[in-house]
Design a protein around this ligand. Structure first.
Ligand code: HEC
Length: 304
């Protein structure tokens, strides 16, 4: 059919032109898909990764979050002032309960706070059965001082004896136990414990604060220094090939492999462009330029 209009030589030409055009289209498409997105990101500096503080689902339910508490030395007290209920203790107890216990045990001590879906469940102070230590004064004091191992009931030994006793009274109030004391023996032991001199409390800080401190103490290496008035070949090549001076310094500081020479440098930084702070322009460097770059970096990045 087509032979009517073109001879076989022209047909061949036509076909090869067609093949060439399709080939060009495929190459253009590949360029658009693979190379362009890479170029677009080439100059974006890598985001520094910060250590995220631990936060519970709603921020404040996390058991690792609690008010920071500084270690203290406390003068000895007359145990009777802590064993006998008082308005002052009631106040302290209520406030401490609100900040330390309510999330698990609930405002009324029914074991139904917003963070109570743990296993075993937080104790319902009003339930008579199933206590591990018991609701008597020495028992609750023991629970607060030692925690209940293997459960989410932690030790509150960082609170002073006075604060712990204030909580004991408040727990007994919520549970409706009046101020039920323990056996004479147990009360004697409690009084002795409360009267013991030289009480200190430990420093206690929440995990998120510990992590912030760590972050603050982690020293980042100085960014690569390239003074504006430095016109040496080394400074020039750094200006051309480094897109993020902090990131580049950090990456080179973390590895020693590149120090072996220009080849090792190329092998270690080329695969990670541009996230390591170097520009795609590195791919076009001549061997002599690699040597210059290597010398310039070696002078600026001190070994660990
Ligand atoms: C993270 C959740 C949580 C917090 C916060 C918490 N508790 Fe508990 N508590 C528990 C759990 C769970 C139990 C049950 C342990 C068991 O079954 O032995 C418990 C048990 C108890 C008991 C009963 C112990 C026994 O003899 O059975 C007392 C008393 C108590 N908590 C008081 C407190 C006080 C006071 C506070 C605040 C200073 C507090 N808890 C904070 C989870 C918590």
């Amino acid at each position: 059919m087509i032979e009517k209009y073109v001879d076989s030589k022209e047909l061949k030409q036509l076909l090869s032109t067609l093949v060439a055009i399709v080939g060009c289209l495929i190459i253009a498409a590949l360029f658009g898909i693979i190379v362009v997105p890479g170029l677009r990101n080439a100059n974006k500096p890598a985001k520094p990764t910060a250590v995220a503080p631990v936060v519970g689902e709603s921020g404040w339910l996390d058991p690792t979050e609690f008010p920071a508490q500084k270690g203290r030395v406390i003068p000895p007290v007359d145990p009777m002032t802590l064993i006998k209920p008082s308005d002052e203790l009631a106040d302290i107890g209520e406030k401490l309960y609100e900040t330390n216990c309510r999330t698990c045990h609930g405002s009324l001590g029914r074991g139904d706070g917003p963070a109570s879906n743990v296993d075993p469940q937080p104790r319902d102070f009003t339930a008579a059965e199933g206590w591990t230590n018991g609701p008597d004064m020495p028992n609750v004091y023991k629970t607060l001082s030692e925690g209940i191992p293997g459960t989410s009931m932690a030790s509150y030994d960082y609170l002073t004896k006075r604060e712990r006793m204030a909580l004991v009274h408040y727990v007994q109030f919520l549970g409706g136990y009046g101020d039920s004391a323990g056996s004479a023996e147990a009360m004697q032991a409690l009084a002795g414990e409360l009267a013991a001199p030289g009480e200190t409390t430990n420093n206690k800080i929440p995990v998120s604060m510990a992590m912030e401190k760590l972050e603050g103490e982690f020293v980042f290496p100085l960014p690569l220094m390239i003074p504006i008035d430095d016109r040496s070949p080394g400074a020039d090549i750094l200006r051309r090939t480094v897109t993020d001076a902090s990131r580049a310094a950090q990456v080179l500081h973390a590895s020693e492999i590149w120090r072996a020479g220009p080849d090792a440098l190329a092998r270690s930084i080329l695969p990670d462009i541009p996230s390591n702070g170097f520009s795609t322009k590195l791919a076009t460097l001549k061997p002599s330029e690699w040597q210059t770059l290597y010398d310039a970096l070696l002078r600026r990045i001190r070994p660990n």
